[in-house]
Design a protein around this ligand. Structure first.
Ligand SMILES: Nc1nc2c(ncn2[C@@H]2O[C@H](COP(=O)(O)OP(=O)(O)OP(=O)(O)O)[C@@H](O)[C@H]2O)c(=O)[nH]1
Ligand SMILES: [Mg+2]
Length: 293
């Protein structure tokens, strides 16, 4: 799916981050544990330059735990990076990260007096991934507004933590052109793109197809089905019938059924589901390089 959502505040946020970056010591990149590859914003790497980066796989409570483990091994093996699985929303989880931040700050900043001149740490990532939730969790106070939709944070905000850290929360950013079609769908399904900029039926068909192939048991259990529908549209029809998503004349309201499926996925009601694995990405890359050569 081609993503056509790059609102003005994101370009402004990008300019502002670029402007602040010379003063930043450490970057925290928040990825969505369900789509680590697709939620990696190329702008983050471009903007942070050589600054150290702490990589977080947030919303890991919603992701398939085995796949999250596979991603952690992938990061370690391929990049020498320890990607930390996190549930920023869970009380106390974010706080545990302070130690990690302090450790990176000490290694990096040597004998700088952090009380006087705190480590400046910037939280970056795609929209709706949990950046502001993390900032609140690290602080132990609700400072930043959070919400279950993208583009809640519109301007950069900073807060001083007790531990010699000055933390910056930034607005979620996408990039002007998401090239990979699957990534576009996955970003839309997880909720990184504003609902008004997507076709619900389109992304629900993508999700239905994927769930039927990779998580059939969860689908059978959630929708109390005796057997799997034959295909994606069959699943949406079945959901519509079972949940009373009907239009006049008893026709199934596919739009409503689509919203239902997507919302139940986003809130974890279907179960813990990851939308991509390192193997999927590797085989797609191999396929593309065969086509190119
Ligand atoms: N299940 C789950 N939900 C989370 C987690 N962290 C944050 N959320 C929820 O995700 C939604 C988005 O959180 P925010 O902190 O506003 O996300 P953000 O990255 O700041 O979003 P923008 O400011 O729009 O870029 C909220 O509904 C949070 O409650 C998590 O670890 N698990
Ligand atoms: Mg925010």
């Amino acid at each position: 799916m081609a993503i056509q959502w790059y609102p003005g505040h994101m370009q402004k946020a990008r300019n502002k981050i670029k402007e602040s970056m010379p003063l930043i010591d450490i970057v925290i990149e928040v990825l969505d544990a369900r789509i680590p590859y697709s939620s990696e914003n190329p702008l983050v790497d471009e903007l942070r330059g050589k600054r150290p980066c702490i990589t977080l796989l947030n919303k890991s409570d919603l992701a398939d735990p085995a796949t999250t483990k596979a991603w952690q091994q992938y990061y370690e093996r391929e990049r020498g990076v320890k990607a930390i699985a996190l549930v920023a929303e869970k009380k106390g989880e974010a706080k545990n990260l302070i130690q990690k931040i302090s450790q990176v700050a000490k290694t990096m900043l040597g004998d700088r007096n952090l009380e006087k001149n705190p480590a400046r740490v910037m939280i970056m990532g795609i929209p709706n991934v949990g950046k502001s939730t993390l900032m609140n969790g690290l602080n132990g106070k609700v400072l930043a507004k959070v919400g279950n939709e993208p583009a809640v944070t519109k301007i950069q905000q900073s807060t001083r933590l007790a531990d010699g850290v000055l933390l910056f929360d930034t607005p979620g950013m996408l990039w002007p052109k998401v090239e990979d079609e699957d990534s576009g769908y996955r970003l839309a399904v997880t909720g990184a793109i504003k609902n008004t900029a997507i076709e619900f039926e389109d992304i629900a068909l993508y999700a239905a197809n994927y769930f039927l192939e990779y998580y059939p048991e969860l689908i059978l259990a959630r929708y109390k089905l005796k057997q799997l529908p034959e295909d994606d549209i069959g699943l949406l029809e079945e959901i519509g019938r079972r949940r009373g998503a009907l239009r006049s004349g008893g026709h199934i309201d596919i739009h409503k059924a689509s919203e239902l499926l997507i919302n139940e996925f986003r809130t974890g009601m279907i179960g813990r589901i990851s939308l991509e694995t390192p193997e999927m990405i590797a085989s797609k890359k191999a396929m593309l390089s065969r086509v190119e050569s």
